[in-house]
Design a protein around this ligand. Structure first.
Ligand code: ADP
Ligand code: MG
Length: 367
């Protein structure tokens, strides 16, 4: 805690995340397995008694100063909507939230698919929860963060990112069942097994991402309707046999990916982290071939990482760019990193950003 003039200022933070496995299944009532990164978004926050909200960030221009009553869908525009939107959603749910001054600093990279947006929302949520004495359960804070992103910013988000930022614990991945929102901590500490997860940010984001996302969602909904099922969660490979040729591979990705999450969790529960590599590889193949959401840069990162000694690798996140992950023996970290960088240089691509992901704690008070 520090003092600025008369006001008491405290700090809260929330982490970025990567998804270990369970990709593109959150809109099919599936399972996913994110874990929190050491990279965090920090907010310094102090209560204001005049009902105004001010915010600035070291990562983005355009600070804001507006009355909390003026926060709502589309207002404020730009990045501050992620922060102000959380206060709006908490107020809308009937909680006694007032104005605040907010200063944001972050080590989560923006727009790299590591969920800087949820990190910002969740840091604000835990700050508001404590500053206004709300004492809310984390799943309710997560719902307010999702509403901020969906309704105030107007961006589609399913809820995995906010659950990860609020609920993850160090040394674990978070098994999230998107059918009922239930979660379980699954042991995941690669360093204990002499392993590391590398996150390879390709630094590309192809324009078709948003349209293709909508098309995949629509295909999945069409497939479940054709099967007369509420979702593909309980579908088996045999159920899919009658589907049209355009829907079959899409549905096959969903069904096989949900099964792979279960297999990874069983291996982690059994202390067999080293053995999950082939499931990561199979996830990538399914996303690339059946779901068609990979791209040349992601395929290159994954292939080169494997050739240089990764036990398994896959794209992570929505696809068409963004990041890939690779499970790597620690003694191969440098070799894999160098090989990926060299391959991107040879192909004339922008240099990728490679970092090690250490399963870290969720949102909380810093001092
Ligand atoms: P991702 O969540 O994968 O990083 P998004 O497009 O969902 O990508 O969210 C990125 C946006 O979130 C940024 O463009 C910005 O508007 C906002 N944002 C995230 N972190 C910060 C920050 N530290 N300061 C200001 N804005 C931020
Ligand atoms: Mg985001």
């Amino acid at each position: 805690m520090s003092t600025h003039g008369w006001c008491r200022v405290s700090r809260w933070s929330a982490p970025g995340r990567v998804n270990l496995i369970g990709e593109h299944v959150d809109y099919a009532q599936g399972l996913c397995l994110p874990f929190a990164l050491a990279e965090r978004t920090v907010v310094e926050a102090a209560v204001r008694s005049d009902g105004r909200f001010t915010a600035r960030s070291d990562a983005e221009g355009g600070g804001v100063d507006l009355a909390l009553d003026d926060v709502g869908p589309g207002s404020p525009a730009g990045w501050a909507g992620y922060a102000a939107g959380v206060l709006w959603a908490l107020r809308d749910a009937g909680h006694p939230v007032g104005g605040m001054d907010l200063t944001v600093t972050a080590t989560v990279p923006l727009g790299a698919g590591l969920s800087s947006s949820a990190a910002l929302e969740c840091a604000v949520a835990v700050a508001a929860d404590e500053l206004f004495g709300l004492g809310l359960p984390r799943d309710e804070l997560a719902r307010a963060c999702v509403r901020a992103e969906n309704e105030v910013v107007g961006a589609a988000t399913g809820g995995m990112d906010q659950a990860a930022a609020l609920l993850c614990t160090a040394g674990h991945a978070l098994l999230l069942d998107t059918r009922d929102g239930s979660t379980r901590q699954v042991p995941f500490a690669p360093a204990d097994d002499g392993l590391a997860v590398l996150v390879i940010d390709t630094r590309v984001r192809h324009d078709l991402a948003d349209g293709q996302y909508g098309a995949r969602r629509a295909a999945v909904e069409k497939a479940s309707a054709a099967l007369g099922m509420p979702s593909l969660r309980d579908a088996t490979p045999a159920d899919l046999e009658g589907l049209d040729a355009d829907l079959l591979p899409r549905a096959r990705h969903i069904v096989s990916e949900i099964a792979r999450v279960g297999e990874v969790v069983a291996l982690l529960d059994a202390g067999r982290l080293r053995d999950i590599g082939p499931l990561l590889d199979a996830s990538h193949a399914s996303l690339a071939r059946d779901y068609a959401v990979s791209c040349a840069e992601l395929d290159l990162a994954v292939q080169v990482a494997r050739d240089a000694g990764a036990l398994g690798a896959r794209m992570t996140g929505g696809g068409f760019g963004g990041s890939a992950i690779a499970l790597v023996p620690v003694e191969r970290i440098d070799a894999v990193t160098d090989a990926v960088r060299a391959a991107f240089a040879r192909a004339g691509l922008t240099a990728p950003e490679v970092r090690t992901a250490e399963p870290s704690a969720g949102a909380g008070r810093d001092d």
